[in-house]
Design a protein. Structure first.
Length: 149
């Protein structure tokens, strides 16, 4: 019997059990194999477990989980990484527009924030790009002296 063949037919409860067995080191399977068949809440639970227990990162490919996790969960993980000085570029395509907008606002209020804003450009909406551009122009406009008038 090949486990790969039966996975699409397992119940959500069985898939959750398989995932937990993988995380606990009791089953030697690639977790990414079962992700497409799991529900979003269960994937979110796994993401939360990994976020709380970084040692699990050796058993989980977070980039493979993002397409199956909720935006709320991805935002939380992404912001936690930013807070710890690590930008997970693999998460960027899945981070919500609201989360990205908050990061832009944080940057506009304090341009010495601990993340590289340039990495976000491809994922920002037009309004956020415009805000960044206008702020750049405002901050870098040459000062004219009263004598030049």
């Amino acid at each position: 019997m090949k486990i790969e063949k039966i996975i699409p037919f397992l119940s959500k409860d069985d898939l959750r059990e398989v995932a937990q067995n993988i995380l606990n080191g009791e089953l030697d399977l690639n977790l990414t194999m079962i992700l497409p068949f799991m529900n979003e809440k269960d994937v979110d639970d796994i993401c939360s477990q990994v976020a709380e227990n970084p040692e699990l990162l050796s058993k989980v490919n977070m980039a493979a989980m993002y397409p199956f996790a909720s935006e709320e969960c991805i935002d939380k993980i992404f912001l936690a990484g930013i807070t710890n000085g690590k930008t997970d570029n693999a998460a960027l395509p899945f981070v919500s527009d609201e989360c990205l907008h908050r990061l832009v606002e944080d940057y506009l209020q304090n341009d010495s924030v601990e993340f590289e804003i340039d990495q976000l450009y491809p994922f920002l909406d037009e309004e956020d790009i415009r805000l960044l551009f206008k702020t750049y122009i405002k901050r870098h406009r040459k000062k004219t002296s009263d004598n030049e008038q």
